[in-house]
Design a protein around this ligand. Structure first.
Ligand code: SF4
Length: 64
């Protein structure tokens, strides 16, 4: 599974980085940078929460 962020939708709210600090950091303009996108099973619930809470519906979890 992978995390993907659609940069055309993202407005830089930062909820995703707060929930998935192991994967996402915010750049100096407050937009997310994916440091790795291969999602481990142990982070699946946090990733699902990030998908649900992204106000712009910019995050998806996709199967490999
Ligand atoms: S929560 Fe959504 S809108 Fe906010 S920074 Fe993350 S991807 Fe972008």
């Amino acid at each position: 599974m992978k995390i993907v962020i659609d940069p055309t939708r993202c407005q830089g709210h930062g909820t995703c980085a707060a929930l998935l600090a192991e994967y996402i950091e915010m750049d100096k303009w407050h937009f997310p940078i994916l440091n790795r996108n291969q999602l481990s099973e142990s982070h699946l619930e946090a990733a699902k929460k990030a998908v649900q809470l992204c106000p712009e519906l910019a995050i998806k979890i996709i199967e490999d």
